[in-house]
Design a protein around this ligand. Structure first.
Ligand SMILES: Cc1cc2nc3c(=O)[nH]c(=O)nc-3n(C[C@H](O)[C@H](O)[C@H](O)COP(=O)(O)OP(=O)(O)OC[C@H]3O[C@@H](n4cnc5c(N)ncnc54)[C@H](O)[C@@H]3O)c2cc1C
Length: 478
Protein backbone atom coordinates (compact mmCIF):
# COMPACT_ATOMS: atom_id res chain seq x y z
CA UNK A 1 0.00 0.00 0.00
CA UNK A 2 1.16 3.50 -0.85
CA UNK A 3 2.23 5.50 2.19
CA UNK A 4 2.63 9.20 2.69
CA UNK A 5 6.42 8.81 2.35
CA UNK A 6 8.41 10.10 -0.57
CA UNK A 7 7.13 7.78 -3.33
CA UNK A 8 4.52 9.02 -5.76
CA UNK A 9 1.32 7.14 -6.54
CA UNK A 10 2.54 6.62 -10.09
CA UNK A 11 5.56 4.80 -8.63
CA UNK A 12 3.89 3.00 -5.79
CA UNK A 13 0.26 2.18 -6.65
CA UNK A 14 0.40 -1.25 -8.31
CA UNK A 15 -1.49 -2.05 -11.50
CA UNK A 16 -4.40 -4.44 -11.10
CA UNK A 17 -6.91 -5.83 -13.53
CA UNK A 18 -10.26 -5.27 -11.86
CA UNK A 19 -13.67 -6.38 -13.05
CA UNK A 20 -17.34 -5.65 -12.55
CA UNK A 21 -19.38 -8.30 -10.78
CA UNK A 22 -20.70 -9.62 -14.12
CA UNK A 23 -17.08 -10.13 -15.30
CA UNK A 24 -17.95 -8.87 -18.77
CA UNK A 25 -16.05 -5.61 -18.21
CA UNK A 26 -12.50 -5.35 -16.92
CA UNK A 27 -9.90 -2.62 -16.70
CA UNK A 28 -6.25 -2.28 -15.79
CA UNK A 29 -6.13 0.35 -13.04
CA UNK A 30 -3.65 1.65 -10.54
CA UNK A 31 -4.82 0.50 -7.14
CA UNK A 32 -4.66 1.93 -3.64
CA UNK A 33 -6.37 0.70 -0.50
CA UNK A 34 -6.08 3.24 2.33
CA UNK A 35 -6.53 1.96 5.84
CA UNK A 36 -7.80 5.18 7.41
CA UNK A 37 -9.72 8.27 6.39
CA UNK A 38 -6.57 10.33 6.93
CA UNK A 39 -4.67 8.09 4.54
CA UNK A 40 -7.53 8.34 2.02
CA UNK A 41 -7.32 12.15 2.18
CA UNK A 42 -3.56 11.94 1.58
CA UNK A 43 -4.05 9.61 -1.41
CA UNK A 44 -6.58 11.99 -2.96
CA UNK A 45 -4.33 14.98 -2.37
CA UNK A 46 -1.44 13.15 -4.00
CA UNK A 47 -3.58 11.98 -6.95
CA UNK A 48 -4.64 15.57 -7.54
CA UNK A 49 -1.03 16.73 -7.50
CA UNK A 50 0.02 13.98 -9.91
CA UNK A 51 -2.92 14.54 -12.26
CA UNK A 52 -4.29 11.03 -11.71
CA UNK A 53 -8.05 10.53 -11.92
CA UNK A 54 -9.75 8.55 -9.14
CA UNK A 55 -12.64 6.08 -8.95
CA UNK A 56 -13.81 4.70 -5.62
CA UNK A 57 -14.49 1.03 -5.10
CA UNK A 58 -16.33 -0.85 -2.38
CA UNK A 59 -16.81 -4.61 -2.73
CA UNK A 60 -17.03 -4.44 -6.53
CA UNK A 61 -20.60 -5.80 -6.45
CA UNK A 62 -21.91 -3.47 -9.14
CA UNK A 63 -22.41 -5.56 -12.23
CA UNK A 64 -20.71 -3.22 -14.72
CA UNK A 65 -18.10 -0.48 -14.66
CA UNK A 66 -18.89 2.13 -11.96
CA UNK A 67 -15.95 1.00 -9.79
CA UNK A 68 -13.44 0.80 -12.66
CA UNK A 69 -11.09 3.49 -13.94
CA UNK A 70 -9.04 2.30 -16.91
CA UNK A 71 -5.50 3.70 -16.73
CA UNK A 72 -6.42 5.82 -13.69
CA UNK A 73 -6.45 5.14 -9.96
CA UNK A 74 -9.01 2.97 -8.17
CA UNK A 75 -9.24 3.63 -4.44
CA UNK A 76 -10.60 0.63 -2.57
CA UNK A 77 -12.41 1.70 0.59
CA UNK A 78 -13.07 -1.71 2.12
CA UNK A 79 -10.57 -1.20 4.92
CA UNK A 80 -12.40 1.79 6.38
CA UNK A 81 -14.47 -0.30 8.75
CA UNK A 82 -14.54 1.59 12.02
CA UNK A 83 -17.91 1.56 13.79
CA UNK A 84 -18.10 4.77 15.78
CA UNK A 85 -21.39 4.12 17.53
CA UNK A 86 -24.35 1.81 17.76
CA UNK A 87 -27.28 3.01 19.81
CA UNK A 88 -29.81 0.20 20.28
CA UNK A 89 -32.06 2.57 22.23
CA UNK A 90 -32.58 4.67 19.10
CA UNK A 91 -31.69 2.23 16.31
CA UNK A 92 -28.93 4.49 14.96
CA UNK A 93 -25.69 3.05 13.54
CA UNK A 94 -22.67 5.17 12.69
CA UNK A 95 -19.62 3.88 10.85
CA UNK A 96 -17.06 4.27 8.10
CA UNK A 97 -18.06 3.31 4.55
CA UNK A 98 -16.22 -0.01 4.28
CA UNK A 99 -18.57 -1.74 6.72
CA UNK A 100 -20.62 -4.18 4.67
CA UNK A 101 -24.32 -4.99 4.85
CA UNK A 102 -23.17 -8.25 6.45
CA UNK A 103 -21.10 -6.36 9.02
CA UNK A 104 -24.14 -4.22 9.79
CA UNK A 105 -26.71 -6.97 10.32
CA UNK A 106 -24.27 -9.07 12.36
CA UNK A 107 -23.74 -6.13 14.70
CA UNK A 108 -27.40 -5.11 15.22
CA UNK A 109 -29.50 -8.26 14.97
CA UNK A 110 -29.19 -9.52 18.50
CA UNK A 111 -30.39 -6.12 19.73
CA UNK A 112 -33.56 -6.66 17.68
CA UNK A 113 -32.73 -4.65 14.54
CA UNK A 114 -32.38 -5.31 10.83
CA UNK A 115 -31.19 -2.90 8.08
CA UNK A 116 -34.23 -1.06 6.72
CA UNK A 117 -33.02 -1.58 3.13
CA UNK A 118 -30.77 -4.34 1.82
CA UNK A 119 -29.83 -5.34 -1.72
CA UNK A 120 -30.02 -9.00 -2.78
CA UNK A 121 -26.52 -9.74 -1.44
CA UNK A 122 -24.93 -8.96 1.92
CA UNK A 123 -21.44 -8.32 0.57
CA UNK A 124 -21.66 -4.67 -0.64
CA UNK A 125 -20.14 -1.93 1.51
CA UNK A 126 -22.38 0.74 2.94
CA UNK A 127 -20.38 3.36 1.01
CA UNK A 128 -21.14 1.51 -2.23
CA UNK A 129 -24.79 1.17 -1.22
CA UNK A 130 -25.13 4.91 -0.59
CA UNK A 131 -23.27 5.80 -3.79
CA UNK A 132 -25.80 3.70 -5.77
CA UNK A 133 -28.71 4.44 -3.40
CA UNK A 134 -29.65 0.77 -3.42
CA UNK A 135 -33.19 -0.52 -3.08
CA UNK A 136 -34.57 -3.70 -1.58
CA UNK A 137 -37.58 -5.95 -2.00
CA UNK A 138 -39.49 -3.33 0.03
CA UNK A 139 -38.73 -0.29 -2.13
CA UNK A 140 -42.45 0.40 -2.68
CA UNK A 141 -42.87 0.83 1.09
CA UNK A 142 -39.65 2.28 2.52
CA UNK A 143 -37.81 3.86 -0.43
CA UNK A 144 -34.08 3.42 -1.12
CA UNK A 145 -31.32 3.27 1.50
CA UNK A 146 -30.91 7.05 1.25
CA UNK A 147 -34.29 7.48 2.96
CA UNK A 148 -32.73 5.89 6.08
CA UNK A 149 -29.51 7.90 6.11
CA UNK A 150 -29.46 10.58 8.79
CA UNK A 151 -26.24 12.15 7.61
CA UNK A 152 -22.88 11.42 6.03
CA UNK A 153 -19.51 13.10 5.52
CA UNK A 154 -18.34 13.70 1.98
CA UNK A 155 -14.63 14.20 1.37
CA UNK A 156 -14.55 16.36 -1.73
CA UNK A 157 -11.91 16.96 -4.39
CA UNK A 158 -10.61 20.08 -2.60
CA UNK A 159 -10.00 18.07 0.57
CA UNK A 160 -12.94 19.73 2.33
CA UNK A 161 -15.30 17.52 4.34
CA UNK A 162 -19.00 18.34 3.93
CA UNK A 163 -21.49 17.11 6.52
CA UNK A 164 -24.63 16.29 4.50
CA UNK A 165 -28.16 15.65 5.70
CA UNK A 166 -31.71 16.70 4.85
CA UNK A 167 -30.97 19.93 6.79
CA UNK A 168 -27.29 20.58 6.10
CA UNK A 169 -25.99 20.73 2.52
CA UNK A 170 -29.30 19.20 1.51
CA UNK A 171 -28.58 19.73 -2.20
CA UNK A 172 -25.36 17.69 -1.88
CA UNK A 173 -27.22 15.04 0.15
CA UNK A 174 -29.70 14.32 -2.66
CA UNK A 175 -26.99 14.41 -5.32
CA UNK A 176 -24.35 12.26 -3.60
CA UNK A 177 -26.83 9.54 -2.60
CA UNK A 178 -26.96 7.74 -5.92
CA UNK A 179 -24.16 10.02 -7.13
CA UNK A 180 -22.00 7.08 -8.29
CA UNK A 181 -19.01 8.23 -6.24
CA UNK A 182 -18.48 11.13 -8.64
CA UNK A 183 -18.86 13.94 -6.10
CA UNK A 184 -16.46 12.67 -3.44
CA UNK A 185 -15.83 9.89 -0.95
CA UNK A 186 -18.38 9.11 1.71
CA UNK A 187 -16.14 8.70 4.77
CA UNK A 188 -18.71 8.39 7.58
CA UNK A 189 -22.41 7.73 7.68
CA UNK A 190 -25.25 7.47 10.14
CA UNK A 191 -28.12 5.12 9.37
CA UNK A 192 -31.47 4.44 10.99
CA UNK A 193 -32.24 0.73 11.17
CA UNK A 194 -35.50 -1.17 11.60
CA UNK A 195 -36.78 -2.64 14.88
CA UNK A 196 -37.71 -6.33 14.50
CA UNK A 197 -39.23 -8.74 16.99
CA UNK A 198 -37.90 -11.99 15.59
CA UNK A 199 -35.03 -13.38 13.55
CA UNK A 200 -37.61 -14.71 11.10
CA UNK A 201 -39.98 -13.33 8.50
CA UNK A 202 -43.17 -15.09 7.41
CA UNK A 203 -42.97 -15.83 3.68
CA UNK A 204 -45.88 -16.57 1.33
CA UNK A 205 -44.91 -18.12 -2.02
CA UNK A 206 -47.48 -17.48 -4.75
CA UNK A 207 -47.27 -18.88 -8.28
CA UNK A 208 -48.58 -16.78 -11.17
CA UNK A 209 -49.40 -18.05 -14.68
CA UNK A 210 -48.58 -14.90 -16.64
CA UNK A 211 -47.21 -11.39 -16.25
CA UNK A 212 -50.70 -10.03 -15.72
CA UNK A 213 -51.23 -12.51 -12.93
CA UNK A 214 -47.81 -11.62 -11.44
CA UNK A 215 -48.83 -7.95 -11.40
CA UNK A 216 -52.28 -8.78 -9.98
CA UNK A 217 -50.69 -10.73 -7.13
CA UNK A 218 -48.24 -7.88 -6.48
CA UNK A 219 -51.08 -5.40 -6.34
CA UNK A 220 -52.94 -7.52 -3.83
CA UNK A 221 -49.84 -8.20 -1.70
CA UNK A 222 -48.01 -4.86 -1.78
CA UNK A 223 -50.43 -2.95 0.49
CA UNK A 224 -50.30 -5.67 3.15
CA UNK A 225 -46.74 -7.00 2.87
CA UNK A 226 -43.43 -5.73 4.21
CA UNK A 227 -41.60 -7.28 1.24
CA UNK A 228 -42.66 -8.44 -2.20
CA UNK A 229 -40.44 -9.82 -4.96
CA UNK A 230 -41.16 -11.78 -8.10
CA UNK A 231 -39.11 -14.36 -9.94
CA UNK A 232 -39.96 -14.38 -13.67
CA UNK A 233 -39.48 -17.36 -15.99
CA UNK A 234 -38.18 -15.38 -18.97
CA UNK A 235 -38.27 -18.47 -21.21
CA UNK A 236 -42.06 -18.93 -21.05
CA UNK A 237 -43.90 -17.50 -24.04
CA UNK A 238 -47.42 -17.17 -25.45
CA UNK A 239 -50.10 -16.99 -22.79
CA UNK A 240 -47.50 -17.93 -20.13
CA UNK A 241 -45.29 -14.91 -20.96
CA UNK A 242 -43.99 -13.48 -17.70
CA UNK A 243 -45.15 -16.34 -15.48
CA UNK A 244 -43.32 -16.89 -12.23
CA UNK A 245 -43.49 -16.82 -8.48
CA UNK A 246 -43.97 -14.04 -5.98
CA UNK A 247 -42.55 -14.15 -2.48
CA UNK A 248 -44.41 -11.81 -0.14
CA UNK A 249 -43.05 -11.58 3.39
CA UNK A 250 -43.84 -9.92 6.70
CA UNK A 251 -41.97 -9.13 9.88
CA UNK A 252 -43.32 -10.97 12.89
CA UNK A 253 -45.32 -8.89 15.37
CA UNK A 254 -44.24 -8.64 19.04
CA UNK A 255 -45.16 -11.93 20.75
CA UNK A 256 -45.51 -13.97 17.55
CA UNK A 257 -42.05 -15.45 18.00
CA UNK A 258 -42.08 -17.21 21.37
CA UNK A 259 -38.27 -17.13 21.68
CA UNK A 260 -36.88 -14.08 19.89
CA UNK A 261 -33.70 -14.24 21.98
CA UNK A 262 -32.93 -17.48 20.09
CA UNK A 263 -34.03 -16.53 16.58
CA UNK A 264 -32.19 -13.20 16.77
CA UNK A 265 -28.87 -14.95 17.30
CA UNK A 266 -26.41 -14.54 14.46
CA UNK A 267 -25.86 -18.36 14.34
CA UNK A 268 -29.57 -18.84 13.59
CA UNK A 269 -29.23 -16.80 10.42
CA UNK A 270 -26.56 -18.90 8.69
CA UNK A 271 -27.14 -20.14 5.17
CA UNK A 272 -27.13 -23.96 4.92
CA UNK A 273 -23.68 -25.49 4.19
CA UNK A 274 -25.22 -27.91 1.66
CA UNK A 275 -27.85 -27.57 -1.08
CA UNK A 276 -29.44 -30.79 -2.37
CA UNK A 277 -26.54 -32.63 -0.73
CA UNK A 278 -23.82 -30.62 -2.48
CA UNK A 279 -21.45 -28.28 -0.56
CA UNK A 280 -22.56 -24.71 -1.25
CA UNK A 281 -19.10 -23.65 -2.37
CA UNK A 282 -19.04 -26.22 -5.16
CA UNK A 283 -22.51 -25.58 -6.60
CA UNK A 284 -21.35 -23.00 -9.16
CA UNK A 285 -19.33 -25.73 -10.89
CA UNK A 286 -22.47 -27.81 -11.35
CA UNK A 287 -24.41 -24.72 -12.46
CA UNK A 288 -21.73 -24.05 -15.05
CA UNK A 289 -22.61 -27.31 -16.83
CA UNK A 290 -26.18 -26.11 -17.33
CA UNK A 291 -25.41 -22.49 -18.27
CA UNK A 292 -26.85 -22.62 -21.76
CA UNK A 293 -30.30 -21.86 -23.14
CA UNK A 294 -31.39 -25.49 -22.96
CA UNK A 295 -30.15 -26.09 -19.42
CA UNK A 296 -31.39 -22.81 -17.94
CA UNK A 297 -34.68 -23.08 -19.84
CA UNK A 298 -35.22 -26.44 -18.17
CA UNK A 299 -34.25 -25.10 -14.72
CA UNK A 300 -36.75 -22.25 -15.15
CA UNK A 301 -39.48 -24.72 -16.17
CA UNK A 302 -38.72 -26.94 -13.15
CA UNK A 303 -38.66 -23.94 -10.82
CA UNK A 304 -42.07 -22.88 -12.05
CA UNK A 305 -43.49 -26.40 -11.47
CA UNK A 306 -42.05 -26.30 -7.94
CA UNK A 307 -43.65 -22.88 -7.46
CA UNK A 308 -47.07 -24.30 -8.34
CA UNK A 309 -46.64 -27.02 -5.71
CA UNK A 310 -45.50 -24.52 -3.07
CA UNK A 311 -48.28 -22.03 -3.85
CA UNK A 312 -49.82 -20.50 -0.73
CA UNK A 313 -47.88 -22.66 1.77
CA UNK A 314 -46.37 -20.02 4.02
CA UNK A 315 -43.30 -20.66 6.15
CA UNK A 316 -40.87 -18.91 8.46
CA UNK A 317 -37.46 -18.06 7.09
CA UNK A 318 -34.47 -16.26 8.63
CA UNK A 319 -33.90 -12.65 7.52
CA UNK A 320 -30.63 -13.68 5.90
CA UNK A 321 -32.08 -16.59 3.96
CA UNK A 322 -34.97 -14.46 2.69
CA UNK A 323 -32.99 -11.32 1.90
CA UNK A 324 -29.85 -12.83 0.38
CA UNK A 325 -31.06 -15.68 -1.79
CA UNK A 326 -28.23 -15.09 -4.26
CA UNK A 327 -25.63 -15.58 -1.54
CA UNK A 328 -26.71 -19.22 -1.17
CA UNK A 329 -24.31 -20.13 -3.96
CA UNK A 330 -20.92 -18.48 -3.41
CA UNK A 331 -19.15 -17.50 -6.64
CA UNK A 332 -22.24 -18.19 -8.75
CA UNK A 333 -21.03 -15.53 -11.17
CA UNK A 334 -18.26 -17.93 -12.25
CA UNK A 335 -20.93 -20.30 -13.59
CA UNK A 336 -21.35 -17.92 -16.56
CA UNK A 337 -17.83 -18.75 -17.75
CA UNK A 338 -14.88 -16.49 -18.53
CA UNK A 339 -16.82 -13.95 -20.61
CA UNK A 340 -19.35 -13.41 -17.86
CA UNK A 341 -22.79 -11.84 -18.08
CA UNK A 342 -24.51 -8.50 -17.88
CA UNK A 343 -27.41 -7.49 -15.75
CA UNK A 344 -29.86 -5.02 -17.21
CA UNK A 345 -32.60 -3.57 -15.02
CA UNK A 346 -35.40 -1.50 -16.46
CA UNK A 347 -37.71 0.74 -14.45
CA UNK A 348 -41.07 1.51 -16.05
CA UNK A 349 -43.91 3.76 -14.92
CA UNK A 350 -46.95 2.09 -13.41
CA UNK A 351 -49.29 3.44 -16.11
CA UNK A 352 -48.81 1.11 -19.06
CA UNK A 353 -46.10 -0.76 -17.15
CA UNK A 354 -47.53 -4.22 -17.71
CA UNK A 355 -47.59 -3.76 -21.48
CA UNK A 356 -44.04 -2.37 -21.48
CA UNK A 357 -42.75 -5.34 -19.51
CA UNK A 358 -44.55 -7.81 -21.78
CA UNK A 359 -42.91 -6.10 -24.75
CA UNK A 360 -39.51 -6.27 -23.04
CA UNK A 361 -39.87 -10.03 -22.51
CA UNK A 362 -41.20 -10.58 -26.02
CA UNK A 363 -38.45 -8.50 -27.68
CA UNK A 364 -35.79 -10.56 -25.87
CA UNK A 365 -37.45 -13.78 -27.00
CA UNK A 366 -37.57 -12.52 -30.57
CA UNK A 367 -33.79 -12.13 -30.38
CA UNK A 368 -33.63 -15.66 -28.89
CA UNK A 369 -31.97 -14.11 -25.84
CA UNK A 370 -34.16 -15.00 -22.86
CA UNK A 371 -32.75 -13.77 -19.59
CA UNK A 372 -31.42 -16.55 -17.37
CA UNK A 373 -32.86 -14.82 -14.31
CA UNK A 374 -35.74 -12.36 -14.15
CA UNK A 375 -36.65 -10.40 -11.01
CA UNK A 376 -39.72 -8.19 -10.73
CA UNK A 377 -40.13 -5.47 -8.10
CA UNK A 378 -42.51 -2.63 -7.31
CA UNK A 379 -41.09 0.86 -6.60
CA UNK A 380 -42.05 4.31 -5.39
CA UNK A 381 -40.60 7.63 -6.56
CA UNK A 382 -37.96 9.54 -4.60
CA UNK A 383 -36.19 12.90 -4.89
CA UNK A 384 -32.53 11.93 -5.44
CA UNK A 385 -30.98 13.66 -8.43
CA UNK A 386 -29.94 10.54 -10.34
CA UNK A 387 -32.71 8.35 -8.96
CA UNK A 388 -33.54 5.17 -10.82
CA UNK A 389 -36.79 4.56 -8.97
CA UNK A 390 -40.28 5.72 -9.94
CA UNK A 391 -43.88 4.82 -9.20
CA UNK A 392 -43.82 1.64 -11.20
CA UNK A 393 -42.15 -1.69 -11.79
CA UNK A 394 -38.64 -2.88 -12.38
CA UNK A 395 -37.49 -6.00 -14.15
CA UNK A 396 -33.87 -7.11 -13.73
CA UNK A 397 -32.53 -9.53 -16.33
CA UNK A 398 -29.23 -11.45 -16.58
CA UNK A 399 -27.77 -12.15 -20.03
CA UNK A 400 -24.84 -14.41 -20.64
CA UNK A 401 -22.14 -12.70 -22.69
CA UNK A 402 -20.99 -14.83 -25.54
CA UNK A 403 -18.57 -13.23 -28.01
CA UNK A 404 -20.29 -15.07 -30.86
CA UNK A 405 -23.53 -13.26 -30.17
CA UNK A 406 -22.25 -9.98 -28.71
CA UNK A 407 -23.66 -7.98 -31.63
CA UNK A 408 -27.07 -9.59 -31.12
CA UNK A 409 -26.96 -8.80 -27.40
CA UNK A 410 -26.14 -5.15 -28.10
CA UNK A 411 -28.87 -4.86 -30.75
CA UNK A 412 -31.38 -6.37 -28.36
CA UNK A 413 -30.31 -4.11 -25.50
CA UNK A 414 -30.69 -1.07 -27.78
CA UNK A 415 -34.20 -2.13 -28.80
CA UNK A 416 -35.18 -2.79 -25.18
CA UNK A 417 -33.72 0.56 -24.16
CA UNK A 418 -35.72 2.40 -26.83
CA UNK A 419 -38.92 0.64 -25.75
CA UNK A 420 -38.32 1.57 -22.12
CA UNK A 421 -37.45 5.20 -22.93
CA UNK A 422 -40.57 5.50 -25.07
CA UNK A 423 -42.58 4.35 -22.05
CA UNK A 424 -40.97 7.02 -19.83
CA UNK A 425 -38.73 4.51 -18.06
CA UNK A 426 -35.25 4.68 -16.57
CA UNK A 427 -32.31 2.40 -15.78
CA UNK A 428 -30.09 1.58 -12.82
CA UNK A 429 -26.37 2.32 -13.08
CA UNK A 430 -25.42 -0.45 -10.62
CA UNK A 431 -26.81 -2.92 -13.15
CA UNK A 432 -25.75 -1.35 -16.41
CA UNK A 433 -23.06 -2.15 -18.95
CA UNK A 434 -24.72 -1.09 -22.19
CA UNK A 435 -26.19 2.42 -22.03
CA UNK A 436 -24.82 5.22 -24.19
CA UNK A 437 -24.82 8.98 -23.48
CA UNK A 438 -27.75 9.75 -25.75
CA UNK A 439 -29.89 7.00 -24.19
CA UNK A 440 -29.03 8.16 -20.67
CA UNK A 441 -29.84 11.78 -21.61
CA UNK A 442 -33.26 10.78 -22.91
CA UNK A 443 -34.04 8.42 -20.02
CA UNK A 444 -33.00 10.75 -17.18
CA UNK A 445 -33.93 14.05 -18.84
CA UNK A 446 -31.86 17.19 -19.15
CA UNK A 447 -33.06 18.74 -15.89
CA UNK A 448 -31.71 15.92 -13.71
CA UNK A 449 -28.50 15.54 -15.68
CA UNK A 450 -27.78 19.27 -15.77
CA UNK A 451 -28.44 19.52 -12.05
CA UNK A 452 -26.01 16.67 -11.38
CA UNK A 453 -23.39 18.11 -13.70
CA UNK A 454 -23.71 21.53 -12.03
CA UNK A 455 -23.10 19.91 -8.63
CA UNK A 456 -20.13 18.03 -10.08
CA UNK A 457 -18.71 21.28 -11.46
CA UNK A 458 -19.16 22.96 -8.06
CA UNK A 459 -17.57 20.18 -5.97
CA UNK A 460 -15.06 18.76 -8.43
CA UNK A 461 -14.26 21.39 -11.07
CA UNK A 462 -11.01 19.62 -12.00
CA UNK A 463 -12.76 16.32 -12.71
CA UNK A 464 -10.72 14.33 -10.17
CA UNK A 465 -13.44 11.71 -9.63
CA UNK A 466 -14.40 9.64 -12.66
CA UNK A 467 -15.16 6.03 -13.55
CA UNK A 468 -15.46 3.99 -16.69
CA UNK A 469 -19.24 4.16 -16.26
CA UNK A 470 -19.18 7.96 -16.00
CA UNK A 471 -17.15 8.23 -19.21
CA UNK A 472 -19.31 5.68 -21.02
CA UNK A 473 -22.65 7.33 -20.21
CA UNK A 474 -21.51 10.94 -20.66
CA UNK A 475 -21.25 12.00 -17.00
CA UNK A 476 -17.52 12.67 -17.48
CA UNK A 477 -15.46 13.61 -20.55
CA UNK A 478 -14.50 10.52 -22.62
C1 LIG B 1 -26.00 -10.58 -6.33
C2 LIG B 1 -26.30 -9.11 -6.32
C3 LIG B 1 -27.56 -8.67 -5.96
C4 LIG B 1 -27.83 -7.30 -5.94
N1 LIG B 1 -29.08 -6.89 -5.59
C5 LIG B 1 -29.37 -5.58 -5.56
C6 LIG B 1 -30.65 -5.13 -5.16
O1 LIG B 1 -31.53 -5.92 -4.83
N2 LIG B 1 -30.87 -3.79 -5.14
C7 LIG B 1 -29.90 -2.89 -5.46
O2 LIG B 1 -30.17 -1.69 -5.41
N3 LIG B 1 -28.68 -3.28 -5.85
C8 LIG B 1 -28.40 -4.61 -5.91
N4 LIG B 1 -27.15 -5.01 -6.27
C9 LIG B 1 -26.15 -4.01 -6.65
C10 LIG B 1 -25.28 -3.59 -5.45
O3 LIG B 1 -26.02 -3.49 -4.29
C11 LIG B 1 -24.70 -2.21 -5.76
O4 LIG B 1 -23.99 -2.27 -6.96
C12 LIG B 1 -23.78 -1.67 -4.66
O5 LIG B 1 -23.43 -0.36 -5.01
C13 LIG B 1 -22.52 -2.51 -4.50
O6 LIG B 1 -21.74 -1.99 -3.45
P1 LIG B 1 -20.15 -2.17 -3.46
O7 LIG B 1 -19.66 -1.91 -2.09
O8 LIG B 1 -19.82 -3.48 -4.05
O9 LIG B 1 -19.73 -0.98 -4.39
P2 LIG B 1 -18.94 -1.01 -5.80
O10 LIG B 1 -19.71 -1.82 -6.75
O11 LIG B 1 -17.52 -1.33 -5.56
O12 LIG B 1 -19.07 0.53 -6.19
C14 LIG B 1 -20.33 1.06 -6.51
C15 LIG B 1 -20.23 2.57 -6.63
O13 LIG B 1 -20.02 3.13 -5.36
C16 LIG B 1 -18.93 4.03 -5.39
N5 LIG B 1 -18.38 4.02 -4.03
C17 LIG B 1 -18.01 2.93 -3.31
N6 LIG B 1 -17.68 3.32 -2.07
C18 LIG B 1 -17.83 4.66 -2.01
C19 LIG B 1 -17.64 5.63 -1.00
N7 LIG B 1 -17.25 5.32 0.25
N8 LIG B 1 -17.87 6.93 -1.30
C20 LIG B 1 -18.30 7.30 -2.53
N9 LIG B 1 -18.51 6.41 -3.52
C21 LIG B 1 -18.27 5.11 -3.26
C22 LIG B 1 -18.05 3.50 -6.49
O14 LIG B 1 -17.23 4.52 -7.03
C23 LIG B 1 -19.08 3.04 -7.50
O15 LIG B 1 -19.53 4.11 -8.29
C24 LIG B 1 -26.83 -6.37 -6.29
C25 LIG B 1 -25.56 -6.82 -6.65
C26 LIG B 1 -25.29 -8.17 -6.66
C27 LIG B 1 -23.93 -8.64 -7.04
Amino acid sequence: MWSTSSRTLRQAAPWQVLDGFGRSVQAACRYAAPTSVEQLAAVLEQARREGLSVAFRGSGRSYGDPALNARGLVVDLRQLTRVSSWEPAHGVFECEPGVTIEGLWRRILYDGYWPAVVPGTMHPTLGGCLAMNVHGKNNYAVGPIGDHVLDFDLLTASGEVLRCSREQNADVFVAALGGLGLLGAITRLRLEVKKVHSGYVRVRPLAARSLDEMCDVFEAEVPRSDYCVGWVDCFAGGPALGRGEIHAADYLQPGEDGAPELSLRVEQQGLPPHILGFPRHQIWKIMRLTMNDLGVGFVNWAKYQAARLAHGKSYLQSHVAFAFLLDYVPNWRLAYGPTGFIQYQVFVPYAGGRETLKDVLAIAQRYRMSSYLGVLKRHRPDDYVLSHAMDGWSLAMDYKVNPARAARLKAMADELTERVIAAGGRFYFAKDSVLEPDQVARAFGSERLESFKAMKQRLDPGGLFVSDLARRVGLAPP
